[in-house]
Design a protein around this ligand. Sequence first.
Ligand code: PGA
Length: 251
Amino acid sequence: MRRKLVAGNWKMHGNLVTNKQLLDEVINGLQGSRDADYAVCVPYPYLPSVKSSLQNSNIAWGAQNVSQHEKGAYTGEISASMLNDFECRYVIVGHSERRALYGESSLIVAEKYLAAQKSGIIPILCVGETLEQRESGVTERIIEEQLTAVINLSGVESLQKAVIAYEPVWAIGTGKTATPQQAQDVHTFIRSVISKLDSNTAKELIILYGGSVKANNAAELFVMPDIDGGLIGGASLVASDFVAICQAMQN
Ligand code: PGA
C-alpha cells in the first residue's frame, strides 16, 4: 500500500509571525490524523523556527531547493548537508518555477535529486508540461525526458526513496486545475514508464498531483487510483484550506 502525502509549498511567502500562526492552526487542525503524511516546504531562513514548531507534531518539514554541489565556492547556495542540520525530511527539486526562471535543466535537477538522496533527504521531484507542450501533443515525451534524466543518474531503484509530483505548468497558480482524469492519465503514464524498468518500484512510487489544488477540488483528485496526494502552493498558506485538503486525503 502506498502511503499518501500532502505537502505544502510555501514558495517565497511568509514571515516569522505569520508562519507561526499558520503552523499553530495547521497543527491543531491535523492533530491525531495518521492516515497520511503531511509536510510543508518552507523558505530556508525559516527552517529553524519551523522545525521547532513542528518537531512534536505529525507534520514534517523540508526545503524548496538544494544545491547539486556538496560544498564549495557557490555563493548563495544551500547544500543538502545544511538541510540535514535542520532535519529536513523532504526537498522539492525541479519545480517548474526553478526550471523556467532559474534555467535548471533536467540534468541539473537530476544532480540535485542525487545530492538530496546522498544526504538521506527525500527529493520531491517535480515534472510537468507547459500549455504549449500539451497542446502540441508532447506531454508524455516531456515527462519521460524529465524522469529519464533522474533515472540515468541515480537508477530506477532510487525512486523508492523519492516522491514524484506531477505539476502541469499551466495549472500552477492559475486556478486552472487539471481534471481528475487528465491528472490520472499522466500519473498512469509515469507509473508505466517506471514499470518498464522496475515494476515493484512503480507500484510503490508515491506520485502527487500539484497545480491549483484547493479545498473544493482536492477530494475528486485524491480519489483517483494513481494520485497519492498533492503538492499544494497557494492553498497551503491558508491554514483552514490546507487542513481541509489534508482531510480530503483521509476520506
Ligand atoms: P498552486 O502551486 O497550488 O498555487 O497552483 C502548486 C505548486 O507550484 O507546487
